[in-house]
Each structure stands twice: as C-alpha cells, then as structure tokens.
Design a protein around this ligand. Structure first.
Ligand SMILES: Cc1cc2nc3c(=O)[nH]c(=O)nc-3n(C[C@H](O)[C@H](O)[C@H](O)COP(=O)(O)OP(=O)(O)OC[C@H]3O[C@@H](n4cnc5c(N)ncnc54)[C@H](O)[C@@H]3O)c2cc1C
Length: 531
C-alpha cells in the first residue's frame, strides 16, 4: 500500500451505520469540505430490508449481519448470546426492529456525573427534534421536518387493544406520547417507517446526499486500523477485495463503527489498555485502559401465552399469507407488510425505582426458534426488559487479525440489582397478563409456565431464557476520568484528530431502544464539529 498516492479528504468516517450516516450528511453539507465514508458491508438495496414485516430476514442473513456471539455468559448458564449488528449501508438501523424511543430525560441528565457538559436533556432536546419528522399527534416537544420519519403504529389488532386494556386494568396509565412529556405508561409504539417502508439511517441521511461531489462512499471496505503519525491520526487503512488501501484525513478521522467495531478498531490501532495490546504484540500508540470496558446491554425475557382462539397474527403469516402480504406491500406499501409487529409497548416501574426502569415490547403471536426455523403459533408474547443495568462487560481482541471477531463478555445479570429488577418485571408482567382484558383469549402461560412460581425457579428460568434486546453501548464512553475513552465530544483521549461517534460513547445505556439516542448524539456532535 502506497500511502503517498492514497486519496486525501477533510474527514474520513468509518462505518455507515446510524451515527456514520448522520455525520456523512452533516459534514458534507458545506461543499468546500470533502468527506469519505467507508463501510465494511454492501449496499442496503434489498426488499427484505425495506419491508418492515420482513425484519427477521436481514437479521438471519450472513450478508447484512456481522453475526457476533458472546463468550459463554457465566450468569446465563454458560450460554453464548448471539448479537446481531448491521453490516451494510445504514448499519444496525437497516436490520433493527424500527421501534423509536428517545429515552427518559433523566437518563441524559445523569451523564453529567461523568464530568462531561452539555448532555442534559435540555441540551439534547433540540437535536431529538432536529432529527425527526413525527407524523403522529404530539406537542411542540416533537420535530416536524427532520430526516427520520417517525410514525405512530395503527395497533388495530384485537391483541394490541387487549394489551393496552390489560395495562389500564392493572393501573398503568396510557402514555399519549412516550417520546413527549411523559414516558411512563402503556403506549402505541412509534416506528422509523416512511410511506410503509423502513426509514433507516441510510434512507434518512445518506440517500438525499448521494449525488454530492464532495462525499465519497466506499462499500465493502473493512477498515483494519487507524494510521498515526506519532499520536496524530492521519487516516485509515482498509481492505477491499483482497487489497489494502488507505484513505487519509486532513482534519479528522471519525470511528462510527458501533459498540463492537469502534473499540475493536481502536485496539487494533494501538489505542487501548497497554497490557492487553502488548500481549498481542500490537504497538501501543496510547494507553487508554477504558477502551472496550463498560459494556452494557438490555437483557430481555419472553413471557409467552397460548391462545385457543384463532385470531393471533400468526394466522396471517402462513406461506400463503406471507406471499399475500408481500404482494400487497409491493403494490401499495400497506397492510401487514408495513408493520414491524411491535405496535404497542409500555414503560413502567418496579417498587422503589426513581423512574421507569422496565419496558414491555409485545408481539400478537407466538414465535419460537426450533431447529434454526421460526415456528409460529396462536398466542401473544410480552418481552420484559430491565432498562438501567448495573452489570458491566467488556470487549477484548482475540488476536491482532482485524478479521477475527473480538471476545465479547456481556456479564448479563452479574449484578444482583439487575436480577432483582428482572424478577420484579416478570412478576408485574404476569399480573398484567392476568387482567380480565385477556380472559377471552388467554389459555395457559407457556413461559415461564405455571410451575415456575418461586423466586428461585424464576431465576433459574431467567438464566436459561434471558437474551439480548440488541442495545449494546458504552465501550468507548465519554468522560473526564481515567477510564473514559473520549471527551464529551467524542474526541479520543491521548491522541489527536481522532473521534468516536456512535453508541459506544454513551456513558450509560438509556431507558430506550437506542437508535434514536444515537441519531441524537451524532446530530449534536456533528453540529459542534461544523460550528
Ligand atoms: C436486531 C436488532 C434490532 C434492534 N432493534 C432496535 C429497535 O427496534 N429500535 C432501536 O432504537 N434500536 C434497535 N436496535 C439498536 C440500534 O439499531 C443500534 O443500537 C444502532 O443502530 C447502532 O448505531 P451505531 O451507529 O452505534 O452503529 P451501527 O449502526 O451498528 O453502525 C456501525 C457500522 O460500522 C460498520 N463497521 C463496523 N466495523 C467496521 C470496519 N472495521 N470497517 C468498516 N466498517 C465497519 C458496520 O458494518 C456498521 O454499518 C436493534 C439492533 C439490532 C441489531
């Protein structure tokens, strides 16, 4: 690779995911600035990415998903937990569940305790508004002309209505807009969908600027390391079709490679805990011990109820039903094909919590993985998640080879606080499912099942059943302490001209599905970079 002949840009951005697409758009807004966006994966031009109801197909794909798995999880019976991550234009926003949640205002206020300024909710709100066009009823807390289209689901299936009724009978109020004044309550879910199709980061931020001569997008480019001149980042090396190339950055190199990708590239480049890098014979550029630490994720447990009435949405998802809904969607972008199926949900609190600490997502059918296939059934499922985990994990390299997937240790449920909150969440969910709104449709509880009726047995079930909600965050967190990786603007400590902007810089995972908060933080940092 001849660095002398490598193309040079003002900014090189690594990763065309949620954050990378925002940055590519905002940084290229000034035609005098040149921007290069590198993405390891291919284009996102696939009907299965675009059609909301097809959401499991890109997740199961080996093309669009990195397909990570954790190391054996010590508190989940040694199970390896699969971790999907998007690998194409749009990144994880091209394979996610499209649920749109800002988070609780108090989440962002807490980031101050890491010694960073400017992340109170009042500072974040203008960017939450800037990023969205909200098509539902909402107050002036909502944005009306931003790139990301956010719709309110229809929620017209009888199970969605029963979910909301059961929550009301339990005593959980209805949240008119959980992304507005009050998060607590049962709600109709908002989703990143535009005209019946997924609205990913690539749809919202990249497609509108593809024609710009000052924006270069390079797909199928696996970035292998940041190139340094001393401690100054001057660009990256990447591999494409068996060749090693470079892209140089005059102003800054920005890693937007996600919670797994960004710490991996930093460590491969010599930025990380010196002892770990030394052990792998990677020359240390900066000893930044927090790289890869502080890994957090939302853990989720599925409570499944069989129904003996033939009304659940699974009836529409037979082979013939799927063909019909696919055709209808192709012709009109309407019908079940335009749904992500997560059309209702709730945020609620266990006893003693300061503010909402538990989430429900809900499916109006049963879906079970058997022999690698999804088997559907009559019934409904509550997914309960604990929102502010105290358990922490880490990401470490397995080798100095950029193609080796890193070792991911989530340490799910290692903190007793998290276990307690999940137990509370399961207990409260069972109470909601017992409400009379469900009497007409609920047959037996399949999971955890009636025999799982003590704390001990629920804990045993949880260790065998808990999974990821796919919200890993925090591995390059912002802060001013020795374990912080970046400052409050994503600038990496110990080196110059290198930033990380993506889910990895969040100090704490918010009370949210985290796509919206990542859009927000990228908008906010882009604004500071272009000021
Ligand atoms: C299955 C699934 C369901 C989800 N459901 C929801 C949901 O319903 N709602 C919600 O809010 N959130 C959801 N999320 C989470 C959310 O989508 C992600 O947290 C968010 O998109 C992450 O944004 P990011 O910018 O940090 O990283 P990503 O969007 O993951 O982007 C990182 C990009 O960097 C690229 N990259 C990585 N390494 C390299 C390299 N070495 N060289 C070049 N490129 C590289 C990747 O290919 C990727 O395109 C879900 C996630 C998944 C996977």
């Amino acid at each position: 690779m001849n660095r002398q002949s490598a193309p040079s840009f003002d900014y090189v951005i690594v990763g065309a995911g949620t954050a990378g697409c925002v940055l590519a758009n905002r940084l290229s807004a000034d035609p005098s600035r040149t921007v290069c966006l590198l993405e390891a994966g291919p284009s996102d031009r696939s009907i299965f990415i675009r059609m909301p109801a097809a959401l499991t197909i890109p997740i199961e794909s080996k093309v669009y998903n990195w397909g990570y798995a954790s190391e054996p999880e010590p508190h989940l019976n040694g199970r390896r937990i699969g971790q999907a991550r998007g690998r194409c234009l749009g990144g994880s926003s091209s394979i996610n569940g499209m649920v749109f949640v800002r988070g609780n205002p108090r989440d962002f206020d807490q980031w101050r305790r890491f010694g960073i300024d400017g992340w109170d909710f009042a500072d974040c709100l203008p960017y939450f508004k800037k990023l969205e066009t909200f098509h539902g009823h909402g107050s002036d807390l909502r944005g009306r002309d931003g790139p990301v289209s956010v719709i309110e689901s229809k929620a017209d299936h009888v199970f969605y209505q029963r979910f909301l009724d059961a929550a009301g009978q339990f005593g959980l109020p209805r949240a008119a807009d959980y992304n507005g004044a009050e998060q607590e309550g049962a709600h109709v879910t908002q989703a990143t969908i535009r005209d019946g199709a997924r609205c990913s980061a690539a749809d919202a931020y990249l497609r509108p600027v593809l024609h710009k001569p000052n924006l270069t997008i390079i797909k199928d480019a696996l970035v292998t390391r940041v190139v340094f001149d001393g401690r100054r980042a001057i660009g990256v090396e990447y591999e494409t079709r068996g060749e090693i190339r470079a892209a140089l950055a005059e102003t800054e190199t920005v890693l937007s490679s996600g919670t797994i990708g960004s710490p991996q590239i930093l460590m491969l480049s010599g930025v990380g805990a010196a002892d770990h890098l030394n052990a792998l014979d990677i020359a240390v550029v900066a000893d930044v011990p927090g790289v890869g630490e502080n890994l957090q994720d939302h853990v989720v447990a599925p409570l499944r109820y069989r129904s003996d009435k033939p009304v659940s949405v699974s009836r529409d998802l037979t082979m013939v039903g799927r063909a019909r809904l696919g055709l209808q969607w192709l012709v009109s972008k309407r019908g079940l094909g335009a749904s992500n199926f997560f059309e209702v949900g709730a945020f609620f609190k266990s006893e003693g919590a300061d503010y909402v600490n538990l989430q429900h997502e809900f499916l109006p059918f049963l879906a079970d993985f058997q022999d690698g296939k999804v088997v559907l059934g009559d019934g409904f499922q509550y997914f309960v998640s604990q929102m502010r985990p105290k358990s922490r994990g880490r990401i470490r390299l397995k080798s100095a080879d950029p193609k080796d997937k890193p070792a991911i240790h989530f340490n799910y449920l290692s903190d007793p606080h998290d276990l307690r909150e999940m137990l509370d969440g399961i207990g409260l969910t069972r109470e909601m499912a017992r409400q009379r709104a469900w009497d007409e449709f609920r047959a037996e509880e399949l999971e955890p099942g009636p025999d799982v009726d003590s704390d001990t047995s629920v804990i045993a079930w949880l260790r065998q059943s808990a999974n990821t909600e796919h919200h890993p965050a925090g591995t390059c967190r912002m802060g001013a302490d020795p374990l912080a990786v970046t400052d409050g603007q994503g600038r990496v400590h110990g080196v110059d001209r290198l930033r990380v902007v993506d889910g990895s810089i969040m100090p704490l995972v918010p009370t949210a599905n985290i796509n919206a908060p990542i859009f927000m933080l990228a908008e906010k940092i882009a604004d500071a970079m272009t000021a």
